[in-house]
Every structure is written in C-alpha cells, then in structure tokens.
Design a binder for this molecule. Structure first.
Ligand SMILES: NC(=O)c1ccc[n+]([C@@H]2O[C@H](COP(=O)([O-])OP(=O)(O)OC[C@H]3O[C@@H](n4cnc5c(N)ncnc54)[C@H](O)[C@@H]3O)[C@@H](O)[C@H]2O)c1
Ligand SMILES: O=P(O)(O)OC[C@H](O)CO
Length: 343
C-alpha cells in the first residue's frame, strides 16, 4: 500500500507539538494542530505565538490550530501525538472514535514515558486503542531534541522507530530538512524505553547539580544510569545496541546536561531543597521522569532487575528520603565488576 504523508494532524500544542507542527509547515506539509485550550488556539491562529511554552517563537501563519479534534483529523494521512504520556490513552480513544472507515493514517508519537499501572509503552497503548484496520503503522519519534533549540533551527538529529519500515520512512521524509535529520530504526521497544528511562537519570543529574557536585559525579551517574537503563530495556525485549544510539546515550546526554530539560531543572530544584509538589506546580509543563521513575521502579521489582539509581530516585521522590542519604547509600554499595554489570 502507498503511504501518503501530506496532511498531518498534530495532537497537543505544548512546547514539542507546536514546534514539530511548525517544522512540518515549513517543510511544505498541510498541518492542523489540536489543543484543548480555546485561548491557546486563538493565540496561535491570530498572533502566531504560543507565549506560555515558547515565548520568543513566531510560528508560521499557515499553521492552523483548532479545539475540534474532528477538524484536525479530517483527511489526515499522519496523526502525531505530542502530549504527556498520562494523556495518551484517553486521547487515542477519542481519535479512534473519529477515524472514518477507509482512513489509514500513520500514527506517530513524540512523547516519552510509560503508562502508570500497566507500565505499557506508548506505541502499545496506541495499538490497543486505535484498531489496526483504521490505521497504518505506529512510529515513535524520539532522540536528543529540545523544542527551544529546534525552534531556532539549531541542528537536531532524531529517530523514527517502527516495526513497519514504510511508516518510519514516511515520518523520516516529512520531517527531514537542513537542520532536522531523521534516522529510522526498527527497534521501537529500545527507542521508547531509552526515551522514557533517561528522564529518571536526568532528575538525578539535576539533583547532583543543585547540591553542588562536580562533573565526575555527573559523568558517573550518566554512565551507570545508562547501564541500568539498558539492563531493564534488554529484559523487556530491547536490542542493547539501541542504547548507544541517539535515543539512548544521545538523549541521556542532552537531558542530563541541558538547562532546557524540565526533568533536569526539576532535579536541580530538588537538590536545592525545594519541595516536589511546588516544583511540579511551578514548572507549568510536563516532567515525565516523575511518573516514569515509579513505572520503572515497579518493573525492575517485577523483573528482578538491579536498578540502584532508579531505586534511589524512587525513594527520594516517593518515600521522602533525603537526597544526600540516597547518595551515601549508593556509594556504600558493595564493590562490583564493571564488565559484569555494564548491562
Ligand atoms: N519539550 C521538548 O523539547 C520535548 C522534546 C522531545 C519530546 N518531548 C516529549 O513530548 C511530550 C509532550 O511534551 P511537551 O514538552 O510538549 O509538554 P508541554 O507540557 O509543553 O505541553 C503538553 C501539551 O499537552 C496538553 N495536554 C496536557 N494534558 C492533556 C490532556 N490530559 N489531554 C490533552 N492534552 C493535554 C497541554 O495542554 C499542552 O498543550 C512529553 O512526553 C515530552 O517528554 C518534549
Ligand atoms: O524537557 P525534558 O526533560 O522533558 O526533555 C525533553 C526531551 O526529551 C529531550 O530530548
């Protein structure tokens, strides 16, 4: 079957959805972006701005925004979800009710997390909620990418992952341009898990920074964090090589070192002694790592995978443990062999 990729519906007009929509418009595609908030739709359509999320960006005037999901989806060849993970299932259910018989859009998501309770990956949720006869393949778009940098056309390289090669290539094709380069990857499990788990480690990296620790500590956290991400990822069916790619170590580096990262910033504020509830309330944007820490912690317990850093961050976030006590406990662990624990 020929996969058409000309008309795109973007679900979610936050930082990432709005910037991805803008790339697609600049790449010559027809795009309609859906937001649940009327005032944001009016701002995008009339002023071509999205002040709360990206204060300095002027969007292309051809970008149409709507609160009508039916309007956004009408005739779409591609449907791109860019909303917090916790909202994916309910939105997918709404999308499924509106898809017309005969429509066969490629489904893409650019979100990074796991569902609480079920611990499912986002592509699994989408596959459950959108019947296969009403769609083409499901693609995860992921990699080291901050909306603030993509908005100013800085160079960004990411990955379109799918079991269905044609669907991944469709997504690669619509996004590629001189500043945005997209690879394909068939290991959607590894891509989605790397994307979700790196946010846990970014909370830790931010906390180290907030507490005043140096580069040695941050490099160690990222390296040993990657080892445990890969350990759980492989137990869940991922290819270990994926974790040394863009969506593994690449995204881990950017999220653990960038002031744009909401996860890093949340960790930094925790390290400086702020309360988690206040940090969440003041961020005004999603901090995916908080829920993902819980999901990964529970998965690790179920699968009996050793994840000492994730466990420590879970204890800080969910059990009120002092960060310094968590660090001291990590450092006191019995000596290990690096080769035996790389993943
Ligand atoms: N911001 C980035 O640079 C970036 C980059 C790559 C991936 N991501 C991922 O993309 C996803 C979205 O992130 P973001 O940065 O755009 O978040 P955001 O907080 O900036 O925006 C989220 C958007 O989703 C909407 N939303 C929130 N809850 C909703 C609900 N229940 N139903 C419908 N819509 C809802 C909000 O109104 C908002 O428009 C996250 O999983 C994030 O990890 C973000
Ligand atoms: O701002 P964060 O921490 O949600 O990170 C955004 C992206 O995942 C970085 O690739």
């Amino acid at each position: 079957m020929v996969v058409l990729c000309e008309k795109i519906a973007v679900i979610g007009a936050g930082s990432w959805g709005s910037v991805l929509a803008n790339i697609l418009i600049l790449n010559g595609k027809q795009v309609c972006i859906w937001s649940r908030r009327q005032e944001q739709v009016e701002e995008l359509n009339n002023l071509h701005t999205n002040e709360h999320y990206l204060p300095k960006l002027k969007y292309d005037p051809r970008l149409e925004a709507t609160t009508s999901l039916a309007r956004a989806l009408a005739g779409a060849d591609v449907i791109l979800f860019a909303i917090p993970t916790k909202a994916i299932r309910a939105m997918a259910q709404q999308v499924a009710t509106l898809l017309k018989a005969g429509a066969h859009p490629v489904i893409v998501h650019a979100s990074k997390g796991l569902e609480l309770k079920t611990h499912k990956r986002i592509s699994e949720i989408l596959a459950e909620e959108i019947p296969s006869e009403n769609r083409a393949g499901i693609v995860a778009l992921s990699g080291p990418s901050h909306a603030e940098e993509v908005a100013r056309h800085d160079l960004t390289l990411i990955t379109a992952a799918a079991k269905d090669k044609k669907a991944a290539q469709c997504v690669q094709k619509i996004f590629m341009n001189e500043y945005f380069r997209v690879y394909t990857n068939s290991d959607i499990i590894g891509v989605e898990l790397g994307a979700a788990f790196k946010n846990i480690i970014a909370l830790g990296a931010g906390a180290l920074h907030g507490l005043g620790y140096g580069d040695d500590a941050k490099a160690a956290l990222m390296t040993r964090g990657l080892a445990e991400i890969a350990r759980l990822g492989v137990a869940l069916g991922a290819d270990p090589m994926t974790f040394i790619g863009l969506t593994g170590v690449g995204d881990l580096i950017v999220t653990c070192t960038s002031v744009h990262s909401r996860n890093w910033r949340a960790g930094d504020q925790l390290g400086r002694g702020q309360k988690l509830a206040d940090i969440v309330a003041n961020m005004g944007m999603v901090i995916e790592g908080i829920n993902t820490t819980k999901a990964a912690y529970e998965l690790a317990q179920q699968k009996q995978i050793e994840m000492p850093i994730t466990e420590a961050i879970y204890e800080v976030l969910y059990q009120g443990k002092e960060i310094k006590a968590a660090i001291a406990d990590l450092m006191k662990r019995e000596g290990r062999s690096e080769e035996e624990t790389n993943y």
